[in-house]
Design a protein around this ligand. Structure first.
Ligand code: NAD
Ligand code: UGA
Length: 456
């Protein structure tokens, strides 16, 4: 008879999204002695994780999942079964911005998190470590503990272990993180739980990169890290407007300031504004928390980061209208890129959504091309989608167009045959490089009217 494989402390993750899937795949890949189960209420998503086509596009993820799936990595809709089997329960459900009631438009909607906590209490069969993987408002663990402490027999120790991976580089970020942050109570039980979780990561992350803090510091550090990253982008984008007014070049300015070792070169690339599911949501959440603690000035400071982001998109469209003789009506515009950044199919809060809507309001005819994200166009644009065309072929998109508007920095857009594109377009042919990734001198010599962002 075959001997049954025994596993060390088993792990499950509730929520099989952009965070749950890749994070658990990395943990399984480095902890062959642990069973890792990823569960979700969304059956289609679980089916996709169990198929040949992953539900999210993430370079290198297929290989990791296929390496461990069915061995020590499992995807399932049996949430209760996973809670029962596992000792460490990660919760990676979505925490979107609240759209109703008090705090609408700012606060985190914690209904999915709370439902998960209540379910853990309902079905647990022994003590568990419950790990906050979702990004949550500081002091959420307090509320969770109150729900989890309702069990007459079992104890649930709550840890905060926020995730810092970025989409498009998730596998690389998980493989070699800058740090792993684990926050917990500084009590004997809390310290034991921190140690148990640290052991999971120590399977591949150097010990000095595993940082342990109190619960509230870990929760707040996640919001703070995203706010600081987004703030750099808004800072550089605000300066891009001043560059256009003064004939300075934002890429030269960014390089010059980034060479100061105290500032550093990363996250200083101007563009159409930051997108992605988290920056805006997390800053607004920070704003809401500050207001709740009576820190109005602090709230106003962070809110400005979001306002500059909106301004950058409006500014870009205003520039397009002005350059194209103050009318876009019936002009054909080819939008290159719909994903919020390259190497992902994710379009949540993509600047392309707001920009397309503003262009459509000018009654332009819009064709969108993107190598991975076209599946989201109709959902993201709602009623407008009926008037917008899509094609995977950028040459097709540009045929007869008055302008190309590049919004996502896909590597393949650098390698296109711009002479061929120019030939197929109506003249004058405009090219708005929203990411400053193309060779503007060369494009001008072909005949394009080129506009970058923050360029003289
Ligand atoms: P997502 O929407 O892709 O995935 C969340 C999943 O949770 C969904 O599949 C949903 O069906 C599932 N879910 C919701 N309620 C559930 C329940 N009661 N039981 C079981 N499953 C349930 O979201 P995401 O992008 O993975 O983000 C999740 C959290 O991680 C958020 O708090 C986000 O801020 C944080 N985060 C995300 C990223 C990122 O790169 N996307 C990075 C760091 C942190
Ligand atoms: C971001 C953070 O980088 C992660 O650390 C964090 O874990 C994650 O949010 C999260 O909490 O969800 P992500 O949104 O996936 O990751 O992608 P980023 O690379 O940060 O890009 C965000 C947006 O900023 C994109 O629209 C990107 O194009 C834009 N960006 C980024 C710029 O405009 N300029 C830059 O210099 C960098």
């Amino acid at each position: 008879m075959k001997s049954k494989k025994t596993f060390n402390k088993s792990i499950c993750c509730i929520g099989a999204g952009y965070i749950g899937g890749p994070t658990m795949a990395a943990i399984a890949d480095h902890n062959h002695d642990r069973k890792v189960i990823v569960v979700d209420i969304n059956k289609a998503r679980i089916d996709a994780w169990n198929s040949d086509k992953m539900p999210i596009f993430e370079p290198g993820l297929d290989e990791v999942v296929k390496r461990r799936r069915g061995k020590n990595l499992f995807f399932s809709t049996d949430i209760d079964g996973a809670i029962k089997q596992c000792d460490i329960i990660f919760v990676g459900v979505n925490t979107p911005t609240k759209t109703f009631g008090r705090g609408a438009g700012c606060a985190s909607d914690l209904q999915y998190w709370e439902a998960t906590a209540r379910n853990i209490v309902k079905v647990a069969n022994r003590d568990k470590i419950v790990v906050e993987k979702s990004t949550l408002p500081v002091r959420t663990a307090e509320a969770m503990e109150r729900i989890l402490s309702n069990h007459p027999k079992f104890h649930f120790e709550v840890l905060s272990n926020p995730e810092f991976l970025a989409e498009g580089t998730a596998v690389k970020d998980l493989e070699a993180p800058d740090r792993v942050l684990i926050g917990g109570h500084q009590t004997p039980r809390g310290k034991a739980a921190i140690k148990a979780l640290a052991e999971v990561y120590a399977a591949w992350v150097p010990k000095e990169k595993i940082l342990t803090t109190n619960l509230w510091s870990a929760e707040l550090s996640k919001l703070a890290a995203n706010a600081m990253l987004a703030q750099r982008i808004s800072s550089v984008n605000s300066l891009s407007a001043l560059c256009e007014a003064t004939e300075a070049d934002i890429d030269q300015v960014a390089k010059a300031i980034g060479m100061d070792s105290r500032i550093g070169p990363k996250f200083l690339k101007t563009g159409p504004g930051f997108g992605g599911s988290c920056f805006k949501k997390d800053i607004l959440n920070l704003v809401y928390i500050c207001e709740n603690y009576g820190l109005k000035e602090v709230a106003d400071y962070w809110r400005q980061v979001v306002l500059i982001n909106d301004y950058q998109q409006e500014r870009m469209v205003a520039g397009i209208i002005k350059t194209m003789f103050n009318t876009l009506a019936n002009k054909k515009l080819a939008v290159f890129g719909f994903a919020f950044k390259a190497n992902t199919s994710d379009t949540r809060e993509s600047p392309a959504i707001a920009i397309t809507k503003l262009l459509a309001a000018e009654r332009a005819q819009i064709v969108i091309t993107d190598p991975e994200a076209l599946g989201h166009v109709s959902g993201d644009l709602g009623e407008l989608a009926a008037n917008v065309e899509t094609t995977e072929d950028p040459y097709e998109a540009a045929k007869g167009a008055d302008a190309i508007i590049l919004l996502t920095e896909w590597e393949q857009y650098k390698a296109l045959d711009y002479k061929k594109l120019y030939k197929a377009m109506r003249k004058p042919a405009f090219l708005f490089d929203g990411r400053n990734i193309l060779n503007h001198v060369e494009l001008k010599s072909i005949g394009f009217e080129v506009k970058g962002i923050g360029k003289p």
